[in-house]
Design a protein. Structure first.
Length: 298
């Protein structure tokens, strides 16, 4: 059964979701975008191309969507130190055809991630090919990209086989048949030991990837908390303004009630004199002026 192709993937989430997939040779092997696509649809489309070893984004705070896709594949995250600028994305993606800017942004993310690990990929490939182990290149590269030290990833496949202690003695005495089972036993033990070492390397890599994702989730949550706090302060300020407005409205209502009461009282007077009415009108104007002055002082 052929090994599945390993990928470096850039994802641009949003109303239109896009991804770009590169193989370890920097070849674009997938460009995809879909409006209103869910995470399950994106994951299914990626599985048709290969298995992501790295999932990348173009912003310094990984979106929750990207974090979840990386977790689905247990892939390593690549987050740029700062948000990628338009000029950088255009420069990285030049010469490649894409359907829309979402695919362009995803491609730029993947290419930036690839550039960050290209030296590691080349070193592993060169060393293993020189050792006649070209068929192990992708596996070793995957280990190295997962966080295993490059020398450990290479050394796992290139370490020389240990000589069996009984082999020299058997050669000297001519007892090849007697030494055969001992040699086979030692070879079996060596194979088991190597498999345990590989399992430990993979386990370390998995822990490192999980740690990176948790750290990214922590940063994303802290930013969300900061945003919520900012919104809370805005609401507090808004509530203060609302309270002031309500107080002003209550004072205006009280003034209106006083004016209405005064008007009713005057209408109900049995012997209203013009001079008395004029005096009352002056009093009403004084009330209004006093209210306006109090507002200006506040």
């Amino acid at each position: 059964m052929a090994a599945r192709r390993k990928l470096i993937v850039g994802i641009d989430p949003g109303t239109t979701v896009a991804f770009a997939a590169l193989d370890f040779g920097r070849n674009v092997v997938g460009l995809w975008s879909r409006r209103d696509a869910g995470r399950e649809e994106v994951v299914a489309a990626l599985r048709e191309v290969g298995d992501p070893a790295i999932v990348a984004t173009d912003v310094s705070a990984a979106p929750a969507f990207v974090l979840k896709v990386a977790s689905d594949f247990n892939a390593r995250l690549f987050i740029p130190p700062r948000d990628m600028r338009e000029a950088e994305k255009a420069h990285l993606s030049r010469g490649t055809r894409f359907a829309n800017l979402h695919e362009r942004d995803a491609l730029a993310s993947a290419l930036k991630a690839y550039n960050s690990v290209s030296n590691v990929l080349r070193k592993v490939e060169r060393t293993l090919k020189e050792s006649g182990l070209a068929d192990k290149v992708c596996e070793a590269q995957s280990l190295a990209l997962c966080g295993v030290r490059v020398d450990d990833a290479i050394g796992f496949f290139t370490a020389p086989e240990e000589a069996a202690p009984g082999a020299a003695g058997s050669a000297a005495t001519g007892g090849v048949g007697a030494a055969g089972p001992a040699v086979r036993r030692l070879e079996s033990e060596l194979a088991k030991r190597n498999e345990r070492i590989r399992g430990l390397l993979v386990a370390v890599a998995e822990l490192q990837k999980s740690g990176e994702r948790l750290e990214a989730e922590k940063r994303e949550l802290l930013q969300r908390i900061a945003s919520l706090r900012s919104g809370a302060m805005d609401r507090i300020l808004l509530d203060g303004e609302l309270r002031k407005s309500r107080a002003e409205a209550e004072r205006a209502k009280a003034l209106a009630r006083a004016l209405l009461s005064e008007a009713r009282r005057q209408r109900g007077a049995k012997t209203p004199l013009k001079r008395q009415n004029e005096k009352k009108e002056v009093d009403l104007e004084g009330i209004i002026s006093g209210y306006r002055e109090s507002r200006e002082r506040r």
